[in-house]
Design a protein around this ligand. Structure first.
Ligand code: MG
Length: 321
């Protein structure tokens, strides 16, 4: 049985490694990566981006407040502006500048449906893995601070619930995992996400390329959808397409961090975020010891990132008493 502590650290480090693997090829299409024979591991410089920065921010806010506190989280988000942000999304940045200028967190969020909540929410899944009611409340509210669109909120619940499932279980039953995660979003406003999440079981029968060409654009609507995106291999930054693509890559080879994350960043488009979310799933499931050492050692700020994983584990334990 894998120690839960190793899963906690694996989640945070997995996020960083997946993010850094995707960073050099962000915006490239799958077809471009194929045609030019791009060797993604060779480009690895361990440079993480906003996905990892904000995952650390959420983890540190949970550690500071000994649980989810929107005021503490908002303050930590404001501190991120001075780090400074690496490759942030616009919805995220404008919302957090709003917070800094005195807008309350309940009103600061943009109407963006992008993946900004999903990419950073995994520590909430770790911390509340045995309190699903609180997990859903915290995931939802943590999205509202920057992203108020239903797809963004829903994607946050899905990622956190999936991480919680992976912490709590020692045997992976894929159908049971998909059903359990789908149950957490089984309500009218999330019905499109719910339906597509259940369809993931069918997608898992398909090869990576075929599945990701579709999943990468699933639910994307005009004006964000453009016919020219079809067939070139883009995983869109829309919250639903990003999260379903990342979950697909994890579930296809759940015991193989390297394979899952490399497939995730080969999908094209928002590669750092798809890599980060897939890395969070696979890092949680496989634990820190099963992430390729060369990527762990090469990740910038690795000591700090491991220590964030350790501290969130210790804080979780403290709060159980
Ligand atoms: Mg990024």
């Amino acid at each position: 049985m894998l120690e839960k502590k190793k899963k906690f650290i694996g989640c945070i480090v997995g996020t960083g490694v997946g993010d850094a693997l995707g960073e050099p090829v962000e915006g490239c299409t799958r077809i471009y990566l194929e045609n030019y024979n791009v060797n993604i591991p060779k480009l690895y410089l361990g440079r993480y981006t906003d996905d990892t920065q904000l995952t650390i921010a959420i983890a540190e806010s949970l550690i500071r407040a000994k649980g989810y506190d929107p005021d503490v989280l908002s303050k930590r988000f404001i501190e991120w502006l001075d780090e400074p942000p690496i490759g942030p999304g616009r919805g995220c940045l404008t919302s957090i500048y709003g917070l800094k200028n005195g807008v309350h967190w309940s009103e600061s969020g943009s109407d963006s449906g992008a993946n900004g909540c999903a990419m950073r929410v995994s520590p909430i899944g770790l911390f509340y893995h045995n309190d699903i009611e609180m997990l859903i409340k915290a995931a939802k509210e943590s999205s509202l601070i920057t992203h108020r669109h239903w797809a963004a909120i829903c994607s946050g619940i899905v990622v956190a619930r999936a991480v919680a499932y992976l912490v709590s279980n020692d045997v992976l039953d894929i159908d049971d995992m998909i059903n359990t995660v789908a149950d957490s979003i089984n309500q009218d406003e999330y019905k499109e996400f719910h339906k597509n999440l259940l369809k993931l079981k069918d997608y898992l029968e398909l090869p990576y390329k075929e599945a990701l060409m579709e999943l990468g654009l699933i639910g994307v609507q005009p004006p964000f959808f453009d016919q020219r995106m079809v067939g070139i291999g883009i995983i869109h930054p829309y919250a639903m397409s990003t999260v379903l693509s990342a979950l697909f890559c994890f579930l296809k080879t759940p015991d193989d961090f390297k394979k899952s994350v490399l497939e995730a960043v080969t999908g094209g488009g928002d590669t750092d975020t798809v890599g980060a979310i897939c890395g969070a799933f696979s890092g949680t499931w496989n634990g820190i010891d099963n992430i390729p050492q060369i990527w762990v050692d090469g990740l910038i700020d690795i000591k700090k990132i491991v220590s964030v994983g350790e501290k969130i584990w210790e804080t979780f334990l403290e709060c159980q008493i």
